[in-house]
Design a protein around this ligand. Structure first.
Ligand code: CA
Length: 471
């Protein structure tokens, strides 16, 4: 069988609930939906650390943050680690990354394992972005999402011969500061539906969650919204005004992403390559779109934890699938390598989900997923460090709260705190049932599963966490 070309379109902070294939009530994304229709939509794909740089490192290396070392935004990657791309290259693939890298710059941190790399600096710019490549630094005129797509397709168009290739198209969009291009600015002028949990006051949740400085009403700035709010608004009115402004821009930026995804799909079709290309669209993690009154990500709640993932590979993957099992960003490397017929590196973690899609025999489904957010009380978002475990039905979270993982952050310490959610009866995570006697057994069992997951994956529980009974 012909080895597939691989195209991974990776965006930044695109929530699944802003994709119509996932039932969005705020926008339409026909071209992303098209990939789901050609192949599969994943309903339970999760980031193991819902933050830009760590998720990117997990995708590339097929390992958790504590293994690849990219635990926070302040911990650059050791780019010499084996990645699915470096292994593909060693097996004869031509490889490239264009767009956002955001895992550090300079020797040892610039991309390795790519024949061609052309990446944004740090978070990158929306307009006239700067690119760093082996040839040095330059500015490219235009809008980042268009420019990144142009440069990526140009690289692949320039290849000769029949050897397969792997192309990572990594957008800045729709990351803060949500700057739309002229074509899409203003397309969401009508009122945008407000999520059901918009006015959630976080009653019953941990003080750790309440500490996060991610409230739309309080923490979106005039820079974010590109104008000052009208005078004299109440707190509730200000929250709604900011939500509308925020979402107008966010969704306009997403519309440009969708157009550019369509350009890639059309280009693959025109080349006659769509059948034999494994095409993935995903985001590095989810995002709060007014859910619980928040923007941003980091926390282990569903809107942040969930990664949108759609995938097509018509030669081997039957169309129109809805994949409901648990998969994570750590699984991508093994999956892509299996599709290419290349053995994974022994240090790679996770499980290949290719067989879930092809119907061939494969590994057992995952029983749950382990999550750890390492940053602690960073200057801007004040989101607390925590780890947790999610099964199909339940989620347990432990906020250990002492700054481990982000050197130099504040001296403030807080006691550890637990949360527990029953996603079957409470999918919006409004009721923390950790202290509910009806969940005592579930709670203790999940603590054991969390403890065991950490041991199996080579991470360690926080020293402040009591050893669960039954371990
Ligand atoms: Ca991100």
């Amino acid at each position: 069988m012909r080895r597939p070309n691989i195209v991974l379109i990776l965006t930044d902070d695109h929530a699944a609930h802003a994709i119509s294939a996932y039932g969005s009530v705020v926008n339409r994304t026909p071209r992303i939906d098209e990939i789901a229709g050609l192949g599969a939509r994943f309903d339970h794909c999760f980031a193991t650390n819902a933050l830009c740089s760590p998720s990117r490192a997990s995708i590339l290396t097929g390992t958790y943050s504590h293994v690849n070392g990219v635990t926070t935004l302040e911990t650059p990657i050791d780019a010499g680690q084996p990645t699915f791309v470096s292994l593909l290259r060693e097996s004869g693939y031509r490889t490239a990354i264009v767009g956002k890298w955001h895992m550090g710059e300079g020797p040892g941190h610039d991309p390795e394992g790519f024949d061609h790399w052309d990446v944004l600096i740090d978070q990158g710019e929306y307009v006239d972005p700067r690119f760093l490549s082996a040839g040095g630094l330059r500015t490219e005129p235009g809008y980042a999402t268009d420019v990144i797509t142009d440069l990526a397709l140009r690289w692949a168009d320039g290849l000769d011969g029949d050897d397969p290739w792997c192309l990572l198209i990594c957008h800045k969009a729709p990351h803060r500061p949500w700057t739309p291009d002229a074509e899409h600015a203003g397309m969401y002028a009508d009122p945008i539906p407000v999520p059901a949990t918009f006015t959630d006051d976080l009653t019953g949740r941990s003080s750790s969650a309440r500490r996060a400085a991610m409230r739309i009403a309080e923490h979106l700035t005039a820079d974010d919204l590109k104008r000052d709010p009208p005078d004299g608004l109440s707190y509730e009115e200000l929250a709604l005004w900011k939500y509308q402004r925020y979402m107008e821009d966010y969704l306009a930026v997403v519309a440009s992403v969708d157009d550019n995804v369509g350009r890639v799909v059309d280009w693959l079709r025109e080349r006659g390559d769509i059948e034999d290309t494994l095409l993935m669209y995903c985001s590095d993690q989810g995002f709060f779109l007014g859910d619980h009154g928040w923007f941003d990500k980091r926390l282990m709640y569903e809107e942040s934890l969930r990664m949108p993932l759609v995938l097509s590979y018509p030669r081997r993957v039957p169309a129109g699938q809805e994949h409901t099992g648990i998969v994570t960003n750590v699984d991508f490397a093994r999956t892509l390598l299996e599709a290419a017929g290349v053995p994974a590196h022994p240090r790679m973690q996770g499980r290949s989900f290719l067989a879930d899609l092809t119907g061939e025999p494969g590994p057992a489904p995952a029983e749950g997923m382990y999550y750890r957010y390492w940053e602690h009380d960073d200057v801007w978002h004040k989101a607390p460090a925590h780890y947790g475990y999610r099964t199909a039905r339940y989620k347990i979270i432990y906020y250990y709260n002492d700054g481990l993982g982000l050197p130099g952050t504040g001296p403030a310490t807080y006691p550890g705190e637990w949360e527990l959610y029953d996603l079957e009866t409470d999918p919006e995570e409004l009721r923390n049932v950790y202290l509910d006697p009806a969940y005592l057994e579930v709670r203790e069992e999940l603590k054991v599963r969390l403890w065991r997951a950490q041991a199996e994956l080579g991470d360690r529980p926080h020293p402040g966490q009591p050893v669960p009974e039954g371990v």
